[in-house]
Every structure is written in C-alpha cells, then in structure tokens.
Ligand binder design. Structure first.
Ligand code: HEM
Ligand SMILES: *[C@@H]1O[C@H](CO)[C@@H](O)[C@H](O)[C@H]1NC(C)=O
Ligand SMILES: *[C@@H]1O[C@H](CO)[C@@H](O)[C@H](O)[C@H]1NC(C)=O
Ligand SMILES: *[C@@H]1O[C@H](CO)[C@@H](O)[C@H](O)[C@H]1NC(C)=O
Ligand SMILES: *[C@@H]1O[C@H](CO)[C@@H](O)[C@H](O)[C@H]1NC(C)=O
Ligand SMILES: *[C@@H]1O[C@H](CO)[C@@H](O)[C@H](O)[C@H]1NC(C)=O
Ligand SMILES: *[C@@H]1O[C@H](CO)[C@@H](O)[C@H](O)[C@H]1NC(C)=O
Length: 530
C-alpha cells in the first residue's frame, strides 16, 4: 500500500505544468524533431551520415563530432573539487588549441548547434541535446535528458585522456571525472561506436588511406561508424576489428585495446553477447556523462513530453478585440480525419466559449518512435485570427478531443492577457513632425506591472545567449486603448530600438517576469496616421 502511494506521488512530481518557459523550450527542442514545428537540431543529422562541412565521402559525420564534443567538454570535470564538466567551455579557442583536443570537430559542432541555443537553452544544453538526438536517431537507445546546464565564462583545466597515455593514467582520469574502471570501458565503447581517427590530426596513428569513401583519411572504430550498435564490441571480440586504437601499428597509442581488455575482456564480451545490454548500459553512461556538471549547477527534472501542449500562444490587442492565435500538440497520436478537437476558453467573468480547431500537421520524434498531431487556432494574418472581446478577455484554455476534456488535470492552461502588444504601434509617418512613431504595449486595467519592457536577443562577451531589456517608462496618466486596456508607449524618436530586430514584450507583475511569444519588428509597423 505504502509502495503504491509512493509510486503514484513520484509520477505526479515528475510532470510539469504548462506554461513554464524554460521547460517548454527544452521539451520542444528535445521532442519536436521532424515535421510540423520541428526544431533545428535533428535536421542536421538527416541522414545520419550527413556532414555539413564536406561531402559524405569524407568519412566524417556530424553525429560523431557531436558525441566526441560532449565527451571532451565533460572530461575536464574534477569530481573532488567540483570544477569542470558539461559547461560548453569547449567552445573557447584556448581549450580547442590543446593537444588533448586535437581535431576540427569541436569547431564544427559549436558552429552547427550554437544556433539552437537561446535564453532558455544554454549552449551546454544544446551540446547535450545534440548528443541525445544523434544517439537516439542513429540506432541508439533513448536517453534521459535534463536541461539547466550553465555555460562557462572561461576554459576549464585540462584533463581529456589521450591515446599515448598508459592504462593507469586513464583509470585515474576517468576516476577524476567520476567513472569507475568498468564504466570507463563502457563509456569508451559507447562513444567509439561512432566515428574514427583522422590522419590529419593523428598522423602517427592513422596513415593516408587513399579511400574514396574516406577522403579525410578517417580510420573508423567499427564497420558502422554512423550507427549506434555493438559492432564496436563484436568486431573487437571476434578479432576482426579495424579500430585504429586497438590494432594500430604503434602499440603505444592503442588505448582502446588497453582499456577494453583491462578487466580480462569481461565487459566487452558482455556487450558483444547482448546488443540490449550494450544499449541500456550506454543509455545510463551517456546520461551520466551529460549530467556531469560543475558543482552548484542544478539540472532540471528529466524532460518528458507533455501529452497536451499549447504552442506559440499569442495575443494582440486590435481595437476592441484580442487577436488570439496558437497551436496545440497532442503527443503520441497521428492524423485522424474523424477526430474533433475543440478549444474552450474561459474569460474573466467565468464564461466558457469554444471553437473547433483545424488539423495543422504531424511531427515525429526519436527515430519515428513517437508522433504527434497538431491543431491550430489560426496561425497567420491570412487565416484570420480568432477574435476575442477584449473586455471579457481570456484567463485560460482547455481542449476537448472527441468530447474528452483535456485540461491539465483540472487546472487548465493559463493564458496571460495582462500585457500584450498593441496594434496602435506605428512608425513615423511621412509627415515626420506629426508623430515620431511608437512601440505600444497594452496593459489591462487592474494589472499593475512594476515594469514593462521590450526584450531583444543578444550575446554577452563570452557568446552566451542573453536578453537585453529596454524599459518603457510608466505613463503618468496612461492613455486608454479602450475600456479595459491602457497604453504604455515607447516613442521611437531617441529610442535605442533597432527597426530590423525582433522584440518580444516583457513585464514584471507581482515579482514574476512574463514574456510574450510574439515577436514584433518596428519595420513591420504601419505608418502613424496624421
Ligand atoms: C581514454 C579515452 C579516450 C581516448 C584516448 C580517445 C581518443 C580518441 C581519438 C584519438 C579520436 C580521434 C579524433 C579525431 O581524429 O578527430 C577519437 C574520436 C572519437 N571519440 Fe574518443 N577517446 C576516448 C574516449 C571517448 C569517450 C568516452 C567518448 C564518448 C563517450 C568518445 C567519443 C569519440 C567519438 C564519437 C569520436 C569520433 C569523432 C569523429 O569521428 O569525428 N571518446 N577518440
Ligand atoms: C552520400 O549521400 C548521397 C545523397 O544523400 C547518397 O546517395 C550516397 O549513398 C551517400 N554515400 C555514402 C557513402 O554514404
Ligand atoms: C581535483 O581536485 C582536488 C581538490 O581540489 C585536487 O587535490 C586534485 O589535484 C584535482 N585533480 C586534478 C587532476 O586536477
Ligand atoms: C581480449 O580479446 C581480444 C580479442 O579477442 C584478445 O586479442 C585479447 O588477448 C583478449 N585479452 C584478454 C586479457 O583476454
Ligand atoms: C609510438 O608512439 C609514441 C607516442 O606517440 C611515440 O613516442 C613513438 O615514437 C612511436 N613509435 C613509433 C615506432 O612510431
Ligand atoms: C460550444 O459552444 C456552443 C455554442 O455556444 C455550445 O452549444 C456547446 O455546448 C459548446 N461546446 C462545448 C464543448 O463547450
Ligand atoms: C520625441 O517626439 C515627441 C513628440 O513629438 C517629443 O515631445 C519629444 O521631445 C521627442 N523626443 C526626442 C528625444 O526627440
């Protein structure tokens, strides 16, 4: 009885409630991989032999670079003093210039994945996600992914193992990183199921190959170098391996050989005998590698898919109506023309309204193991937005699927209509003296923000994604927009706004920060009317 209760409690604790901007963003990046509203990471490994920095005949692959990058980022960790670990310090040129970080895969990986980082997803989180998505989509097991890594501001201490070092120093190095000898065998085998060693950077290990399918002279660790499988172990045990760190002509650099046989081949034999054991062991070890972070960093819960997830919900004030748009994703379903999905929205006086949603697309995830069906409550100006009476406003939304209520366990999906973009925003008219233009934010009467500001994406001095906030001075006597909203106005003359950059709106209400999803650019505003 007690056991059952504990189990149920744990299951409830693990779920998060929408909205939660950071968890929502991590969840999308992790699960919306292909198809409708997909996130960019997976597109870089479609197919798994895709190499963005040359043709696939090079023998290189993005997936191999990404997995090696996370290992080298993590391997600086010192479990005793808590320094180093997954913190994207590998992005610094000083760290990449070290002999222990020979190769150009780190630069490639950062250039590709950096674009996917954001205020909610650190660079270290995208590196971790890249590895997870690569492994899962290229034959590997599912990996428990957490977010919340914090990007380093400088290089870490050196500490990545190198092939010419002896077994004792490798055991000591992995122990410092937090892994036992048996775990070292596993982690090296799990990593080296992808990729290989390049002649250019390791000329003493790999000769020129004159191979038209490996024009960058990469000697692969196993015969299936863009696929997660236990061939790294079967080929080793059967004596057919071509792994350059096992059968290299110079025994000094045969580090995989020394590591693999360091327990009398017990671990490698078990991997060769069982693809399932290899996969489950690697899933655990990869998760631990990704979760090896500097002391003090608190990772999020494991990111699991929300079964019903509103997406890109936007409200814009236009006259006496709120233009409402967005989509909803239903996890683990496919398209079904007979399905009826309705949106129910509750206004501020407790009335429930509803409308039918149109099917908008299907997405897939985790090598097609999951799919999701999306429904839209109007997405663009061509399909007119759903118009809501501004006075009544909107408090929360719910859905019904073939009549069954989806309301997040009774709490509904809260929608913030307190601070929204106002269509009265305009740019200087031809008659510039008349009106210099303004960015208008509508604040609902009764909502008392302590701050209203525009948010613009930027990078700090060490390339970390940040948000710059541009405060809008509170109006002395707010001009009403209509009966229920007042305008906070940022004049465009003398303001620092860049007309060509998108802005979101932020507000602090009762000590909590909110951001709108919709981005607005000054160049898109109509001219002010004279
Ligand atoms: C004693 C430990 C290790 C040593 C000495 C070692 C050594 C090497 C070397 C010399 C290369 C060739 C790099 C290049 O030519 O660009 C390589 C590639 C690679 N390593 Fe390791 N490694 C070790 C552990 C690991 C671990 C633990 C992982 C991941 C869990 C890993 C993942 C990879 C991957 C994916 C590649 C292929 C990169 C590519 O093809 O672009 N390695 N390793
Ligand atoms: C390289 O990519 C092309 C196009 O995707 C494909 O037809 C070809 O089989 C690939 N070659 C190798 C060696 O993977
Ligand atoms: C790890 O940290 C401990 C405690 O500060 C220190 O004594 C040890 O030398 C460090 N190890 C390495 C390899 O730097
Ligand atoms: C481990 O297996 C390899 C490949 O079969 C073999 O060459 C080697 O001698 C074995 N090592 C030990 C310690 O059993
Ligand atoms: C083998 O590799 C080691 C370490 O890189 C090097 O010092 C040694 O000269 C190499 N031996 C031969 C015969 O190439
Ligand atoms: C939707 O609205 C219509 C008309 O207001 C109402 O008759 C119907 O019961 C509502 N449906 C739901 C599921 O609330
Ligand atoms: C901006 O325009 C307003 C209204 O035309 C004017 O009152 C104000 O002085 C101008 N501010 C600057 C910095 O030019």
């Amino acid at each position: 009885m007690l056991g059952l209760t504990l189990f149920a409690c744990a299951a409830i604790t693990n779920a998060y409630s929408w909205p939660s901007p950071q968890l929502d963003a991590l969840e999308s990046a992790r699960f919306d991989q292909f198809g409708h509203n997909s996130h960019g990471i997976a597109s870089f490994i479609e197919p798994c032999n895709l190499f963005l920095f040359g043709p696939n005949s090079t023998g290189r692959a993005n997936v191999a670079d990404w997995i090696r990058t996370v290992y080298h980022d993590m391997a600086t960790h010192n479990a005793t003093d808590g320094t180093g670990g997954m913190d994207a310090s590998i992005r610094f040129a000083e760290e990449q210039a070290r002999t222990e970080d020979a190769g150009n895969g780190f630069g490639h990986t950062i250039a590709t994945l950096f674009t996917q980082s954001s205020r909610y997803i650190s660079i270290a989180d995208v590196l971790a996600l890249g590895a997870v998505i690569a492994i899962e989509n290229c034959g590997g097991p599912e990996i428990a992914f957490r977010g919340g890594r914090v990007d380093a501001v400088a290089s870490n201490n050196p500490g990545v193992p190198e092939p010419q070092q002896d077994l004792e120093s490798h055991i000591a190095s992995f122990a410092r990183q937090g892994f036992s000898q048996v775990e070292m065998i596993g982690l090296v085998a799990c990593g080296h199921t992808f990729g290989g060693v390049q002649h250019t950077f390791f000329p003493d290990i790999v000769p020129e190959l004159n191979d038209p399918y490996s024009t960058e002279d990469v000697a692969h660790f196993d015969s299936t170098f863009v696929t997660f499988d236990n061939n790294i172990a079967t080929e080793y045990i059967c004596g057919t391996t071509t792994n350059p760190l096992v059968v290299g002509f110079n025994d000094t650099t045969n580090s995989d050989k020394r590591i693999f046989e360091s327990d009398g081949n017990v671990t490698m034999l078990s991997f060769a005998n069982s693809p399932g054991l290899f996969a489950s062991t690697c899933a655990d070890l990869f998760a631990r590698m990704l979760n090896t972070v500097p002391a003090g960093v608190k990772l999020t819960e494991i990111i699991r898919p929300l079964l019903v997830k509103p997406f890109n919900v936007q409200l814009i004030l236009s006259g006496n109506t709120l233009k409402f748009s967005g989509e909803v994703r239903f996890w683990d379903t496919t398209e079904d023309p007979t399905r009826t999905v309705r949106l129910l929205w509750e206004d501020h006086v407790g009335r429930i309204h509803n409308g039918t949603l149109g099917f908008s697309g299907v997405s897939t995830s985790t090598a097609g193991r999951y799919s999701a069906a999306w429904y839209s409550f109007n997405t663009n100006e061509q399909n007119p937005f759903l118009s809501i009476d501004a006075a009544a406003g909107i408090k929360s939304i719910r859905f019904t699927v073939n009549g069954k209520l989806e309301d997040q366990g009774g709490i509904g999906f809260a929608v913030q209509d307190g601070v929204v973009f106002s269509k009265t925003s305009c740019t200087a008219s031809a008659d510039a003296d008349a009106d210099p233009g303004h960015f208008d934010v509508a604040v609902r009467n009764g909502v008392h923000p302590t701050r209203v500001y525009l948010e613009q994406k930027s990078l700090d001095s060490v390339q970390r994604p940040i948000i710059i906030e541009i405060d809008i001075a509170p109006p002395v006597k707010p001009p009403p927009a209509n009966a229920v909203y007042s305008i906070w106005r940022l004049p465009l003359n003398g303001s620092v706004l860049n007309a060509f950059l998108p802005y979101t709106i932020g507000a602090e209400i009762d000590g909590v920060k909110y951001s709108t999803n919709d981005e607005h650019m000054v160049i898109d505003f109509p001219p002010c009317k004279g």
